[in-house]
Design a protein around this ligand. Sequence first.
Ligand code: SF4
Length: 425
Amino acid sequence: MTLGCSKNIFDSEVLMAQLRANDYDVKHEEANSDAAIVVINTCGFIDNAKEESINTILQYAEAKANGLVDKVYVTGCLSERYRDELEADIPEVDGYFGTRELPRLLKTLKADYKKELVGERLLTTPSHYAYFKIAEGCDRPCSFCAIPLMRGKHLSTPMEDLVSQAKSLAAQGVKELMLIAQDLTYYGLDLYKERKLAELVTKLSEVEGIEWIRLHYAFPTGFPMEVLDVMVDKPNVCNYLDMPLQHASTRMLKAMRRGTTREKTTELIRQIRERVPGIAIRTTLICGYPGETEEDFQEMCDWVAEMRFDRLGCFEYSHEEQTHAFNFEDDVPAEVKKQRTEAIMEIQSQISLEMNEAKVGKEYKVLFDRYEGGFAVGRTEFDSPDVDNEVLVKITDEQHIRLGDYAMVRIDSADHYDLHGTLLS
Ligand code: SF4
């Protein structure tokens, strides 16, 4: 079972490849599974995620008590952060493991840790795309964030290992790589004493069979602009950038210890759009941070309307113990956090509709991920799986669409977050 983010998906896939290599019959999130052993890869990021992880652990602890499973093991961020509390509160679990304890978990499962398999994965995503973790941990001081507590310091994966992982994935039929880390733009600073993201993306773009490379979790401060040149030069590097910005008010950005200001962020976005015309920028914002005033919030609303991000997610602030922000009073009422988050998403949904309507009549290369309700559902290069817009093409006898294939689609109609189109090729 995997809960939480794409980095957890990556870790589960690595664990599954190791188990399979030890002749385990491994399944991922299979409903009504008859598995004797269950491993839950948890998330400990914010309240909602923690609650979901605890409920999942309790569900399998009960299944064990009812004799439906023999062993239950828990790993991942929640276990890393609250191991002592979990061991005391849910002793039915056979073992708790941290985020960097794969060898010990395997040993407990009587499986050998096979070094030669490092980076090898059993994909849980559709076979044509894969999350591609290039580093672990984070050195940033963002005041609200508990991730460094669970994932440790930034650790870049050596470039040669990443290139061989990409070759192995391409050989398995993977066409799209979603590059992920806690802070993608920090890549190389630990290992090579300089930012190496541009060089890494260039090398990955030369791997035969990889048709789309997508960049997630970029950090604004010290953004390596040379990455944009690679995006312009290499047709298989998507004109897409995910850059969580968290807030617009300089007062809030300072309180959040983001190391930037509204003016610098606005200028950075302007330069990125100038260097890569038509780039789709995704961002993430937080509402209700301690001390956030109605003025700060209004400033963020005006900024979201002005900046017109292509994709945007907004979250309610979660008061996380052991973070710097936990020292401050969580003074924005839950109801106000909710109202502000909804208001930001209301502004964004209108922007998204206008941007989608502007795509009607145009043609796009689409990668098809699944069939649903008589439609083949895919994405353009401007859309990442599970978080962004989708393109729906009605399946007819005349036109057969194979999942994992690219095809040209003319957009016929649009709504807030989806496009409807006709297959051209
Ligand atoms: S960069 Fe991201 S993961 Fe790192 S501390 Fe900031 S918010 Fe957390």
